[in-house]
Design a protein around this ligand. Sequence first.
Ligand code: PIR
Ligand code: CA
Length: 324
Amino acid sequence: MTPAPASRAGGPGAPVRVLLDVDPGHDDALAILVAAGLPGLEIAAITTVGGNQTLEKVTRNALAVATVAGLETVVAAGCDRPLVTGAVLTDPETHGASGLDGPELPEPTVRLDPRHGVDVIVETVMAAEPGTVTLVPTGPLTNIATALRRQPAIADRVAEVVLMGGGYSKGNVTPAAEFNIYTDPEAAHIVFSAPWRVTMVGLDLTHQALATPDVHQRFRAMGTRAGRFVVDMLDFFGPAYRAKQGFDSPPVHDVCALVRAVAPDIVTVRPGHVDVELHGQHTRGMTVTDLRGREGRDLDHLVATELDVPRFWDLVTGAVARLP
Ligand code: PIR
Ligand code: CA
């Protein structure tokens, strides 16, 4: 089955509504700030999932970032561990002990919604007009997979799913696997085999979104609280990424998924089929991507290949510049 191309059921000019499922995380945090600053974009909800740090820490970080962004959005905590394997695979080397080291985190004024994040996902999608909510998962896929099990009808109702995870040519935790997929491969398998179209914004794409010194300078020049917050994040994330992964400038992975969801022509995609490897001795968590278009094989998903780098940073810095 090949789902129809994405259409915004609200019609041209209708605000895009996104649900952000996140594990902040520096790049998740930047994605939240960009979403908050984009005109014409509505954040339907923010749900959190254990990943870059424990659920407790990433939820606290999400509330702090929502506070910096001046958001009044629902924020709800979801699953604290992968579906099958025991615990979250936190990454303190890249994101620090807090999960968001660098900036001073304000005491949140945004209150945590008492509902479970998975319930918020299901209720938000089912209550909305069909085809009006886009899911943007940027952490392990535990919440999204659980929501699919809880209410399979969400597969028909979302506008699309644009996720950061995987890749077709490389990994970052292992040579084959990317962190978000590797953390919960069974959840990723559920998400990629559900009857909906997924856009995979993986490492091949996100490694093009490097926060170079000139980008850093654009944030610094804003002179706003949000601009300073981003600078403080990059001042931690950049050196951490350099030390651990040998990058001159850090990639802001998760922002790429958000940008594809709201400004699709900034990210080039190709049709493809994605299987998540669950059993490989060296390849567990790999997103095995078929871009060949062979007969009899559904190219049911979209795979991000190329980023329009100048337009990406114009959109990202423009959005953050609109925040206080
Ligand atoms: C994990 C991440 C980023 C860098 C490393 N080294 C590990 C997180 C990001 O938040 C992003 O969602 C994804 N996981 C990139 O693999
Ligand atoms: Ca993330």
